[in-house]
Structures are given as structure tokens and as C-alpha cells.
Design a binder for this molecule. Sequence first.
Ligand code: NAD
Ligand code: GLY
Length: 385
Amino acid sequence: MAKRTAGDTDLTRVDVGDKDTYPVYIGTGSLNRLTDLLPGVGRQALVVTDRHVARRYLPRVSGALRDADLQVKSLVLPPGERTKSIRFLQRVLAKMVRSGMTRGSVVVALGGGVVGDLAGFAASVYMRGCPLVQIPTTLLAQVDSSVGGKTGINLKQGKNLAGSFYNPGLVLVDLQTLDTLPAREFNAGFAELLKYGLIFNEPLYRELESVLNRYPRGLKEALLADPGLLSRAVTRAVKIKAEIVTADMRENDLRMILNFGHTFGHAAEQLTRYRRFLHGEAVVLGMEMAVRLSALSGRLDREAAGQVVASLGRFPMPRVGGLRPRPMYRQMRRDKKMRDGRLTFILLDEVGTAVTETGVSRKQVLQSIRETLDNRAAIRRGRRG
Ligand code: NAD
Ligand code: GLY
């Protein structure tokens, strides 16, 4: 990782991949550097974004692309998870055809993980693949979805069921864009930061845990008030993700640890039809289940697990009413991470060290779900009472 000064904006560069390496630039105000950092591409660009993001950042991004002598078109989509669908994939591809884009034209994904996954998938299949630039504007997208090359859409039958591994040529993270991000969305990204700490880097987890314990209702304010901490945490997370996906882009082994909490979380999202939980919220719920399961299966020390559960319990969470252990378990068994009829779980041996495990019993899984749902319901009653 090299630190470089570009004009008046300090950027940190993290390289991802061993061949076809691409850079992730992280900085405050880094959108100002887009024109210079753009990799060599053809003459046209399509910026794919959503309504919320377009209002704030589309003119600047389009202007920077024009300054790089590109002909710029844009497509503004409705915000939300339901946009990550076949219907909107068709819209993006149709717009590319109508705009006369060629295999050298660049797709610029400007927005959160929804736009990044959808536009990335479109770039990967349009004329068998055209250049892609990711400009993530949510904390979740900055530390997770824009890095590592996973793109895709949801099908009626399940989340992320169609997709591809397709690397961008550039990821540009501007921490300033987080100023306008709603606090709840910020929290969802904070959840992914916690995940990196729990699975890979205990010091990162401890730093974030202390913020969570002190400011559970003001995570965004706390991090924006401490730009050093925000930038350090994002950079560490991107470095961790870069290290993992460089070693195992196609998720044969190591990358699976990034799914910590996700198998449980996806089931919760799906059973509530993507309407109740943000992805990061569902991941926190899932991480609590995974931590409990780690202790129940004898891997993680019970006291350590109890501390993590107590901290995660402070994370603001929608109600869990209506979720039940058995339907969640059934839903989890449809997960694409099933191998030979067995579910793969990511568990903790200790805080900062994750392992994959296929040998846990159904009874332990159901118990970890039940305990988490009961705990969440009790926390909610406590807040009301
Ligand atoms: P999102 O893309 O839906 O964005 C959240 C909301 O924030 C939207 O309403 C958006 O319009 C708004 N927004 C975005 N940036 C903003 C800004 N700077 N200011 C104001 N509003 C802004 O959600 P997300 O949490 O970024 O992404 C979730 C998606 O990412 C899920 O579909 C998930 O499956 C996917 N994901 C993919 C990967 C991967 O590796 N590809 C990893 C994690 C998550
Ligand atoms: N967010 C999980 C992964 O990128 O593999």
C-alpha cells in the first residue's frame, strides 16, 4: 500500500489482485481526482446511479468524465434492493445498446452496493465484458461490495443467485460522500467493518467495539467527528478484503470467511422480503447467531462470545418479530454456499480468527438462532419498558 499526494487531496492506494491488478484509491474529496485516475478506456461512458445519489454527485462525476474527453450518458434508477433484478439489468443493457456503447466503453457505477452489483454485472456481460469503474458512495460499498469483483442480481428465488466475478479497472472511494449518507445506512456499513475485525483483525474490532459501546445511537456522528479513525478503519478493511480476494478471488476457501454472519442474515432478509432489514443490519443479526454457534460448538470461549454478543446487542436493529428458527434454517439450506447437502458455517476460533465449519448440528444452529431472536426481542422490550 502506498500513500501518495495528488493535488490537494491525499489518497491512499491499495492494490487488489496478483495479475490484472486494480487500484482502490481512498481519500476525502477524491472525486476531484477522477479525471486523472481514470484508466485508459474508449470514448463513451455510461454512469449508472440511483436517484438519491444522482441528485448529489452525478453532475460532478459526469463533469470529471467529460474532462477526460469522454462522451457521457447516464441512467438514474430507483433506489433500493429491488433494483438489483433482471428487469433493471435489461434496462441498463438496453441503455448501453441505445447509447452505441462498444466493448471499450466504460460503465461507471456511482452509488451503493445495489448500483455497484447491478452495473458491474451489466459491464461483465455487455459484449462479453467492457471496462468498469466503481465509485462507491455508501460505507458498505466502500469497504465491501466495490472491492473483490463480485457482481450480480437477485432472482425471485433468492438473493445474488445470478452474477459473475468481474474486476473493475478502478475503485475510487471518497469518504466525503458519507456526509450525506443516512445514519441507518452508515450503520449498515459499520456492521461490515465490525465483520472484518471479528474475522481477521482483533485491534480493528476493539477500536470499533469501543465506538459501538459508547455511541450506539450515534455511530455516524462519532466516526465523522474522527476522520482519522474513519479513514484508518476503511483503509484497514479494504486492505483485509484486498488480501483475502487476492488469495482467493473465486471463493474456493479463504474468501468464504467474508460471509461471516451472511448465511443467517440472508435468510432473515429474504423471509422479511428485503423490506425490514438493511443488509448490514441482517449481517449483525447473523453475526450474533454465528458467535453463539461458535461458542455452542466449542470453538469460541464462552466469555469472549458473551462480550461480543453484548456489544452487538447495542447495534440499532429493527424488530425481529415473525422470524422463527425453523423457517430460517430451511431458508438457509437454499443458500448457494451449500456443499454436498451440508451448510458451511463461518465460525470464530477467537476474536480476529475465523474458520469454515461444516460439522455443526442442526440442533446447535436452531439454538443459536433462537437465543439471538429471544435476546433481540428482550432488548427491544427493555428499551420500551
Ligand atoms: P444501497 O446501494 O441500496 O444504498 C443504500 C441507500 O443509500 C440507497 O437508498 C442509496 O440511494 C443511498 N445512498 C447511497 N449513497 C449515498 C450517499 N452518499 N448519500 C445519500 N444517500 C446515498 O445499499 P448498500 O448497503 O450500499 O448495498 C447493499 C447491496 O450490496 C446488497 O444488494 C448486497 O447484496 C450488496 N453487497 C454486495 C457485495 C459484493 O461483494 N458485491 C458485498 C456486500 C454487499
Ligand atoms: N461480501 C462477501 C464477498 O465479497 O465475498
